[in-house]
Design a binder for this molecule. Structure first.
Ligand SMILES: [Zn+2]
Ligand SMILES: [Zn+2]
Length: 259
């Protein structure tokens, strides 16, 4: 459903799942989190134009992948807050990724002060996909470590173990937590995550899981798109650089010869 997420403040990630939702639920005024279709932008000012919605690697237009409604409790200027993730689906590139952040105070030019109605409008639309945030991730299983296991095997096994508790998860949200990597190779060092232009560090906010690919492959969104983990890092201050959309940072980790 498109209900706002609670904050992940107790050290456990929140998981996102895909489920069908009526079209009205996915409109901007419902503050949805959703996968595919067109972005339901938050603020209508300073929308990213074609240049920002082009692949940084090949220059072709990016495809909308998903958006997340992720307000920051206690931050009046981020009462509403959305993250919008785009990916390149143009072969042979299929590698570029860009993410944008927008935030608004409760009193703003675009939305009512009061929360949107939970009632469906008279006309009902078709079903499309939406994330459903079902609360906290289950406690980690304590898994016994096999002897003579390589570091790579261990990282992949840990990843599989965590995922196996909720195999349908397509997203893990945990601002300030650590991402779960699928591989020991090509995980970023601190210096690989660029600071926000405001000067603040960027911190991990959410990751997209490979399971989402199962939905995309059945869809028109590129059969060549692939990843192991997409980790999104955002400004630790969630700064307000103007009223528009601030670009944040995506780290793509591919799955390398898994055991
Ligand atoms: Zn590209
Ligand atoms: Zn910043």
């Amino acid at each position: 459903m498109s209900a706002p997420m609670a904050a992940a403040s107790v050290g456990l990630a929140e998981l996102g799942f895909v489920e069908a939702a009526p079209a009205w639920r996915l409109r901007s005024e419902q503050f949805p989190s959703k996968v595919g279709g067109r972005p339901a932008w938050l603020g209508a000012a300073g929308l990213p134009g074609p240049a920002r919605l082009a692949c940084a690697l090949c220059g072709r237009p990016l495809a909308f992948l998903l958006q997340l409604y992720a307000p920051l409790p206690g931050r009046a200027d981020a009462f509403h807050r959305g993250l919008f993730l785009f990916c390149c689906r143009t072969p042979p590139c299929c590698a570029g990724l860009r993410v944008f952040r927008n935030q608004l105070p409760r009193r703003n030019d675009f939305y009512a002060y009061e929360p949107p109605s939970e009632d469906p409008p008279p006309e009902t639309g078709e079903s499309v996909y939406v994330d459903n945030f079902l609360g906290e991730a289950p406690e980690e299983e304590l898994d016994s470590m096999a002897k003579h296991e390589s570091r790579e095997d261990r990282i992949f096994r840990k990843f599989k173990t965590k995922i196996s508790l909720e195999p349908e998860q397509i997203l893990r949200y945990g601002r300030g937590l650590a991402p779960i990597w699928i591989s020991g190779e090509n995980s970023p060092q601190e210096k690989d995550i660029p600071d926000c232009p405001c000067g603040a560090k960027r911190i991990f906010e959410f990751q997209v899981m490979p399971h989402l690919l199962n939905y995309l492959k059945a869809d028109s969104l590129g059969r060549s798109v692939d990843w192991g983990v997409l980790a999104i890092f955002t400004c630790a201050e969630s700064c307000g650089l103007g009223t528009g959309y601030t670009e944040e940072f995506v780290w793509k980790q591919d799955l390398t010869d898994a055991p």
